[in-house]
Ligand binder design. Sequence first.
Ligand code: SF4
Length: 103
Amino acid sequence: MFLITVNQILVPILVLAITGFIFGVLIAILSKVFYVEVDNRVETVTEMLPGYNCGACGKPGCSAMANAIVNEGVPVSNCKPIKQDQAELIREFLRKQEETANS
Ligand code: SF4
């Protein structure tokens, strides 16, 4: 009455395995096609900012502010809660990056 044939077990397993393989390949291809290059300077400056994501700088968060500092020349002092030594480290980092780019 409750007999399950081998096909009733193998077919769903096979369908799931093939579907998983197809989507795996598709994801691998799409990750190459839509690869977005990350600016390491923005990542570094983001880590050097306080990380409060308070928005006091007028940006939606610290990573947006880091992007503005690196790519738009927004002054580090726009970040209100940053300490002077932190701000100076960021300025020094950006100075070194610019010197490296110019040499
Ligand atoms: S003011 Fe400073 S701590 Fe606040 S979100 Fe902007 S960068 Fe981050």
